[in-house]
Design a protein around this ligand. Sequence first.
Ligand code: SF4
Length: 365
Amino acid sequence: MMKYRDEFAREDLAEAFSRIIKDIGLTENINLMEVCGTHTHSIAKYGIRDMLPPNIRLLSGPGCPVCVTPNLFIDQLTVLAEMPGVIITTFGDMVRVPGSFSSLQETKGRGADVRICYSPDDAVRIAEENPDKKVVFAGVGFETTAPGVAAAIIDAGEKNLSNFFVLAGFKTLPNALRALAQMPDLNLNGLICPGHLSVVTGTSIYREMAEVFKIPCVISGFEALDILETIRLLLLQISEGRAEVENGYSRVVRDEGNPKAMAILGEVFRETDSVWRGIGNISSSGLVLNEKYSRFDALNLINVNIPAPVEPSFCICGQILTGVKTPADCPGFGKACTPDNPAGACMVSSEGACAAWYRFGRNIE
Ligand code: SF4
């Protein structure tokens, strides 16, 4: 039994897995999608595409939080950043994401107070230290990160902070999966399901994909062997005509998830329709502050009309996030768009498909 991280990255075992996958013998074209930016990065880093037969395609999905956050959210953040007396606090990647008119980094260059923090608790601390300022935390991510932000909001409430706010752009996965399954051109044959997110949600959120849409689902860890084993399990399901939810990451993910984390989400947030870059508006796929905690909502601070968001004309990030196109299809890739000078969100985060392609080249389709 493999217990340690190094064992999940052993090259000899990876080669053995690769042979086992080939021996399953599927000859038709198979599209497997990884629904997690960390998987996108790991697949590129470990060269997993090169280990697979050419008929097995790995598609990147909408699992990179920075990538799926639409330009409107960035535009709202930059408007807030330019307001007098406002401090923006955010995870590092968000600073470089280009909005319609500016990135936070550019806004900071013009004098705005934009600070990178490593947890939402840092933002609460900054609010305590700066009682004469309004401190806004940029809340992006999935069920994985939202509970930590919910806990910070509760903490701010218990401390009676009136200068802490969250701009909530959280996404939730189940309805986005349904939207993907219903996309006519995608032809998904299997899902590599996100391990971190499943730690919180549990395994039941994938049941609809397997039972209704007949798409095999396997929850996966992030090392090379985790992903290869997941691919093997998916191909076995396909070859045997099964569509089930399997937990390939049972050393971390429990079927019931983390009920405490889900409860704290329910305490602070309510579901709302949400716009995903590349997919558009999906009903009940986002989280915003509920009535009890609405005083912490940073949208309350915005009192100007924000122009309709615009995207760079050549950026096909949205189609990459739905597996329809690859970074190679973008005319700006590596030219007008690089990690040092990103034109689109998928080139910013290490979890973005374009950034992974740029860094690891041949290992991304
Ligand atoms: S390379 Fe840049 S411009 Fe092209 S799709 Fe990716 S993020 Fe968008």
